[in-house]
Design a protein around this ligand. Structure first.
Ligand code: 4AD
Ligand code: MG
Length: 435
């Protein structure tokens, strides 16, 4: 007999099947043993009656530790109380590997589960999140490819900073000091002169010294860059992308979202409604008038302020025109925002509902070399490191824009996770780099 996944067996709904997987739970009585079998697809209860099975099957059922690998032959029987609507009347149970006592048994504290992350990946919760993560990353590729974008792969070792020196991870590169990438952007800006519309999904590194529920030291960023595009059009692409990803997850992962106890009503508005766009200056006004929060113009929005602002919305919101002073060197000044009391940039962030914070950061890119030099100098950067970047403004310069989407931030919001660490298989933070 050919092995079936539990989900395939349940779909078939009748007859004898061979299943392979791991023992998720076990309950014993004198005459009957119940084994909850799990595989990648699902779980099913196997009922083993002493009077109806061979001695080896009964002994295996009595002897088995949680997470042992086993193969089971049995008949499917409808059971309305069972998770997939079926249980398995077991005929034969055999070890594939008899596991030692499984370490995850009593202690379910977050820190312990992170210590044994290599084993905790097997949990129903991590299984569900990892499936959603796979959908999200697949959807990003699908979205951009369907719109004619090329996948472009940037270097990870970089001699230049993109998002400022404070969060750079230094690498000893054959005796030279260089860094792990903070963003693909500077390289993407080179590549658009060849491919025009590009995207990627890749690991990104930031030495974030504070431990928060939203920051990882290694995370995945999905970025895009496009020639002949202004920041407004660019922010519309970001809205469309987030909607598209959410749609795919709601189509493919309802079971997983249910297992994670995600309240779908909180996600539905983001599928149906248009995401609003407001300026930073308007956001401060809203914070003052509706949330009783005073933010000094020129200061970046902190977590608490983003959270308060988002209590006014049930979909992600795009905030544009942040003060130029607090923005990265490559974001150009915009003179169109007449309400702003100081210089603002052609830039935008997308903020997620329910306190999940900034999920997208993007902008138009400065094309004036002197402006770039001015802001790089202010940031304490060595201009000679950026000579190659200035070249991009010397030979057929064009208006261009791009953004980066924080993959784990997005997953954390879609799944309703308490901590971003659960959105990535092996989280890296200031105090966590093992296993
Ligand atoms: O806003 P950021 O810093 O933008 C850039 O790096 C641009 N160069 C991207 C571009 O225009 N191509 O980062 C983009 C997104 C943030 O909005 C956030 O969602 C996520 O990356 N992010 C983090 N996610 C997890 N942990 C961290 N430490 C993160 N830092 C940023
Ligand atoms: Mg940002």
């Amino acid at each position: 007999m050919k092995r079936k996944l539990i989900s395939e067996a349940v779909k078939k709904g009748k007859g004898r099947v061979l299943l392979k997987g791991w023992v998720y739970r076990r309950r014993l009585s004198k005459e009957t043993a119940f084994i909850l079998l799990r595989d990648a697809s699902s779980v099913i209860q196997c009922v083993i009656k002493k009077s109806e099975v061979d001695t080896e099957t009964w002994e295996t059922a009595n002897d088995v530790n949680i997470e042992s690998s086993v193969e089971v032959v049995g008949k499917l029987k409808p059971d309305p109380r069972a998770p997939g609507g079926f249980e398995l009347e077991t005929e034969q149970l055999r070890f594939i590997h008899k596991g030692e006592p499984f370490p995850i048994a009593k202690d379910f504290s977050p820190e312990f589960l992170l210590d044994v992350r290599h084993l905790w990946l097997r949990s129903r919760k991590m299984n569900a999140i990892l499936k959603i993560r796979s959908t999200v990353i697949g959807a990003i590729h699908e979205f951009f490819r369907s719109k004619g974008y090329y996948e472009f792969t940037p270097p990870i070792f970089t001699p230049t900073a993109c998002e400022g020196g404070a969060t750079l991870f230094e690498v000893n590169y054959f005796g030279n000091k260089i860094w792990l990438t903070q963003s693909w952007q500077l390289y993407a800006e080179a590549a658009i002169f060849s491919l025009e519309k590009i995207y990627d999904v890749a690991p990104t590194f930031r030495s974030e010294k504070s431990s928060t529920s939203r920051h990882l030291a290694e995370f995945w960023m999905a970025e895009m860059e496009a020639a002949f595009m202004d920041y407004k059009e660019c922010s519309e692409v970001a809205k469309e992308e987030v909607k598209f990803i959410l749609k795919r997850v709601l189509e493919r992962n309802l079971e997983e979202l249910k297992l994670l106890k995600r309240d779908l009503k909180r996600l539905e508005p983001s599928l149906k409604k248009k995401f609003p766009t407001i300026t930073y200056t308007k956001a401060l006004k809203l914070l003052k008038e509706k949330c009783n929060l005073n933010v000094k113009w020129g200061k970046d929005l902190r977590t608490i302020e983003e959270k308060k602002l988002m209590e006014l919305f049930d979909t992600p919101v795009v905030v544009t025109h942040y003060p130029k002073e607090i923005m990265a060197f490559y974001k150009p000044v915009d003179t169109e925002d007449k309400e702003a009391p100081g210089p603002v940039a052609k830039c935008f962030d997308m903020i997620a509902p329910e306190g999940y914070g900034e999920i997208v950061g993007g902008s138009e890119r400065e094309t004036d070399i002197e402006e770039l030099k001015k802001w790089l100098k202010r940031g304490g950067e060595k201009l000679e490191n950026y000579e190659w970047y200035f070249d991009l403004r010397r030979y057929g310069s064009v208006q261009h824009s791009g953004y980066g989407l924080g993959v784990e931030r997005l997953i954390a919001w879609i799944c309703g996770l308490e901590n971003i660490k659960d959105a990535i298989p092996f989280p890296r933070t200031v105090d966590r780099w093992r296993p």
